[in-house]
Design a protein around this ligand. Structure first.
Ligand code: ADP
Length: 395
């Protein structure tokens, strides 16, 4: 409702209302007495106007005051014999009609005024509420922006922490990784010597030399592959969302950790489902989870006698999820503390950081999945995680 609507102007102070009542009745009287205007025959209309205006402008009391002032004026000036205050019994009906009309119009006008007042107050309250809502909305928007920034910062910090932990774990595996790269390089060297021998004979055997050369290519490619996978794990980058072949990620991780596993006389068994759907996620982060779980399994089996077997399985669940399990025949989950292993900084190892499982769980959860641990039968521990293939993963 526009502010300029005069009906919605606020009620003036009471003194103004009474002033207006006196002024309007006086004006009405003067107009009736002004011969040039020829209004002496219409006193009722003019007094009605004065009362109506006073009641509308000031409310009930100014309306009554205008009525009270108009009544003697009408009696004195317009009821015959005019200009006299003497009793005029024959004019009683006309006088009564005059007074009742004035009271009625004054009442109507003041009622309308108070209705308008309520309307104005309601409008003002509404405007106040709208303003409050607007500022609440602005505050909410600022808060949500701040929260978004904080969440972004948290995600970045988590990604940095994950990378630091990845790099640390890989640092611990340097010897095994170097061995894994050295093997194909050593093989390539042997094959290069063989190739040279076949070529430098009196009668060079080109076929044998070609075969040795293609073995060199294969070995060099293997070494280059391992180096590029390791480099990927070291790389700093923002988390990606791409389609990941989980079986391939498992196989690659097993290749990288093979030396570490064989160093501790551990055999690896894989059972990878052939019909596994791809998942949407960050390949490097998912490989980090696998790396953490496998390295923990190796740690758990290092000291145990008897069978040392690492089993890595992948399967498709009924709910179209991908379930990955890493099981070992190690020492088993720490007794009485199994529920704490996912807590940050919880470790039972002398050199442990206690960050591996906590980071792994947050990575899996950021992919919309779950990671949990269980006892393995007859010995050791099993870690399982599911990744959703349907629902869009959380950012
Ligand atoms: P860290 O390896 O630095 O100790 P983690 O968060 O990776 O940190 O692991 C926390 C703890 O969980 C380990 O110290 C160990 O007690 C327990 N744990 C993890 N994996 C296994 C496992 N495969 N078998 C037995 N205990 C495990």
């Amino acid at each position: 409702m526009p502010r300029s609507n005069p009906l919605l102007w606020p009620k003036p102070p009471a003194i103004w209302g009474y002033g207006i009542a006196v002024l309007s009745v006086t004006t009405a009287l003067i107009l009736t007495q002004w011969p040039a205007l020829r209004l002496e025959a219409a006193p009722l209309s003019l007094f009605l106007l004065a009362v109506m205006f006073s009641a509308w402008f000031g409310g009930v009391a100014p309306g009554l005051l205008a009525t009270a002032l108009s009544t003697p004026a009408f009696y004195y000036y317009f009821l015959p014999p005019t200009h006299s205050l003497a009793a005029k019994p024959e004019e009683i009906p006309r006088f009564t009609v005059f007074v009742v009309s004035l009271l009625f119009v004054g009442l109507l006008s003041s009622t309308q005024r108070s209705a308008t007042e309520s309307l104005r107050r309601a409008r003002d309250e509404l405007e106040g509420i709208v303003q409050e809502l607007q500022s609440a909305n602005e505050a909410l928007q600022t808060e949500s922006l701040e929260r978004k920034h904080a969440e972004e910062g948290l995600h970045e910090a988590q990604a940095d922490l994950a990378r630091v932990s990845r790099v640390t774990t890989m640092g611990e595996l340097t010897a095994s990784l170097a061995h894994e790269v050295n093997q194909p390089i050593a093989a390539a060297l042997t094959n290069a010597n063989t190739c040279l021998r076949w070529l430098t004979r009196d009668h060079p055997d080109l076929n044998e030399a070609r075969e040795a050369a293609s073995r060199i290519v294969k070995d060099a490619t293997r070494a280059a592959d391992i180096i590029s996978r390791v480099r990927l794990l070291f790389k700093k980058g923002i988390p990606q969302r791409e389609l990941v072949d989980v079986n391939e990620a498992i196989r690659e991780m097993i290749v990288l950790l093979r030396s570490e596993v064989t160093r501790h006389n551990i055999t690896v068994r894989t059972e990878l489902a052939t019909d596994l759907p791809q998942v949407t996620g960050d390949r490097v982060q998912l490989q980090q989870v696998l790396m953490n779980l496998i390295v923990n399994s190796v740690d758990a089996m290092k000291e145990v006698d008897g069978v040392r077997e690492l089993a890595v399985k992948s399967q498709r669940t009924e709910r179209e999820e991908v379930l990955v399990s890493v099981s070992d025949t190690g020492v088993g989950l720490p007794p009485q503390q199994a529920d704490q292993i996912f807590n940050a900084f919880f470790t039972t190892k002398v050199q442990g950081t206690g960050m591996g499982l906590s980071i792994s769980r947050s990575i899996v959860e950021s992919h919309g999945g779950r990671l949990w641990a269980a006892e393995n039968s007859p010995r050791g521990a099993s870690f399982h995680f599911v990744l959703s293939t349907k629902i869009e993963a959380k950012e």
